[in-house]
Design a protein around this ligand. Structure first.
Ligand SMILES: Cc1cc2nc3c(=O)[nH]c(=O)nc-3n(C[C@H](O)[C@H](O)[C@H](O)COP(=O)(O)OP(=O)(O)OC[C@H]3O[C@@H](n4cnc5c(N)ncnc54)[C@H](O)[C@@H]3O)c2cc1C
Length: 500
């Protein structure tokens, strides 16, 4: 029976995992060991809506405290500077996978030429507004938001909360491990200590010390679909004339794309590129030209997209970059982390802390599904981005492997953005829903045969609906003002623990 858990790694993956296990199964002894000399990766700052849900609803962290310590900003979605139309917005609520009863077709059929104000969040994003405004002037904070959060600040608050919860934290560098009947019996530290446990969590980042190095689990690469392998990262301190944008921007670049993430006091940018088409110096040059203000710690990070075929082997389960990573275009790493840790906790509880081989097998199948979903979704981003004709983008359009999602593409191209497309997705219950896939097809203006000739009445209804969204959004509230509201000592969060 599992009694002691050792988490190797004190990055966001290590601390979220340790905290989730300790909070949900408090009888377990949970220890985090991390190496200050290795440090944390320091990227991973854009999230999806399952992240606030995990923090506040699953872990019960007080919103008031979280906002005070972690200083997040809100993200309503991603602005793609992408595709033939130049730009489109992907929000966290439904825009295209919806069909109003007073209109003839689902919304995607009306967005061929003009994909703006198709929903309230879309209309808010377009106007740089974070939320609608309530009658009393305060922000109406909807659940369809995620956060931008500085990696180091986030880890600091996680460590504080984890320690309060009873997680032990020790500094030390793991230099080796000892095999035992259940898998790993102990890890050895540089300072001579030997740490034992019944369950080992590998959250050691790209080093994947236990799953990758010690157990030598095979890695499944996504390099036929996702060609980028490096990022140059930098940023600058926000100027007074620069509004906090309530979305992540993904901008097409010569040999990849660049993110922009708006924190309260910093603007962070990163150019994700394919080194087969551009050298590090050229990428840094293009990055600097695009971002003349960027000077805060410009650096290059290497990565590979893919995952270890089994995330749970014997008594080792990997989380975060130690288990896999898919390039950051849809900010999926923390999303997958929160989702997988909830699955692991469920499995541990249901097995009375004595997980069986078949349970591990099921866990590995479920987690592999989510990795593959991300690969399929991201492959569409590359296949259909017609914004630039650089050598990289020509090859991306010609050679990106989209075979895993070809049925969906074929169906879409014959029938258009209908809700029936969902039945041609590899898995209907993926993390992006049909919505995400439709946004990529409609946003990139991928041609389809079955066009809709809307009646004049239909067009009037659509115009009226868009005007309603636009006018509510125009009365909305920007991030700066909304942050001032939630930081005010009198602000009350629904659902926070009493006296928090
Ligand atoms: C370019 C890029 C952009 C990204 N953008 C996003 C994004 O926008 N959104 C998102 O969700 N994710 C993003 N990610 C992924 C992001 O890195 C992770 O979400 C997140 O930071 C998790 O990191 P981690 O905890 O797995 O690893 P790390 O932060 O690297 O932590 C590893 C920990 O293990 C410890 N460790 C390692 N080896 C040893 C050892 N031998 N002994 C002791 N301790 C050890 C380290 O000291 C550290 O504490 C991005 C990744 C890259 C590469």
């Amino acid at each position: 029976m599992i009694k002691e858990v050792l988490v190797l790694g004190g990055g966001s993956a290590g601390f979220i995992t340790a905290l989730s296990i300790k909070r949900k199964i408090p009888q377990l002894k949970v220890t985090v060991v991390r190496s200050p000399s290795i440090g944390v990766i320091g990227v991973g700052e854009s999230t999806t809506p399952n992240f606030p849900r995990h923090l506040f609803e699953y872990l019960g962290i007080s919103r008031k405290r979280f906002y005070a310590l972690a200083q997040p900003t809100w993200k309503l979605g991603i602005r793609f500077l992408w595709g033939a139309r130049g730009s489109f917005d992907y929000t966290f609520n439904l825009q295209l996978d919806s069909h109003y009863t007073d209109m003839e077709k689902p919304i995607g059929f009306y967005c061929d030429d003009d994909f703006k104000d198709a929903s309230l969040p879309g209309a808010l994003m377009r106007r740089d507004m974070a939320f609608p405004r309530q009658q009393n002037g305060a922000p109406d904070i909807h659940p369809w938001h995620a956060f931008h959060i500085e990696n180091k600040k986030f880890i600091e608050i996680l460590e504080i909360v984890a320690k309060e919860e009873g997680v032990e934290v020790t500094d030390g560098k793991v230099t080796g491990s000892e095999r035992g009947e259940q898998g790993i019996a102990a890890v050895h530290l540089e300072d001579g200590r030997r740490l034992t446990a019944d369950l080992f969590i590998d959250a050691s980042g790209f080093r994947s010390e236990l799953l990758g190095k010690t157990l030598e689990e095979p890695f499944e690469s996504f390099d036929k679909s996702l060609f980028c392998k490096k990022a140059v990262i930098g940023g600058w301190e926000r100027g007074e004339d620069e509004p906090i944008l309530p979305y992540t921007t993904a901008e097409t670049m010569d040999a990849g794309w660049a993110w922009r993430i708006d924190h309260e006091h910093l603007i962070n940018r990163g150019y994700v590129y394919c080194p087969d088409f551009i050298s590090d110096d050229q990428a840094a040059d293009e990055f600097q030209k695009k971002n003349p203000k960027a000077k805060v710690e410009t650096r290059i990070v290497n990565f590979r997209s893919g995952f270890y075929k089994r995330q749970w082997v014997d008594n080792v389960v990997a989380f975060g970059n130690a288990g896999g990573f898919v390039e950051p275009l849809e900010s999926t790493a923390i999303m997958i982390l929160c989702s997988h840790i909830q699955t692991l906790v469920d499995f541990l509880k249901h097995s009375d802390l004595q997980p069986t081989p078949t349970m591990r097998g099921l866990y590995n199948e479920l987690t592999a599904n989510t990795w593959n979903d991300i690969r399929q979704f991201l492959s569409l981003h590359y296949k259909f981005n017609g914004k630039l004709d650089t050598p990289f983008w020509k090859v991306a359009r010609e050679e990106t492997d989209v075979s895993g999602v070809q049925d969906f593409i074929d169906f879409y191209q014959e029938n258009g953005p209908t809700g029936f497309c969902r039945y041609r997705l590899p898995r209907t219950e993926n993390d992006f829903g049909l919505e995400g896939f439709l946004v990529m097809m409609v946003g990139n203006q991928v041609p389809y045969n079955k066009r809709h000739n809307a009646s004049p009445q239909d067009l009037v209804t659509w115009k009226r609906r868009k005007e309603e969204f636009a006018s509510e959004a125009a009365r909305g509230i920007r991030s700066e003002e909304a942050l001032a509201y939630v930081k005010h000592p009198g602000w009350q969060w629904n659902g926070d623990p009493p006296n928090s």
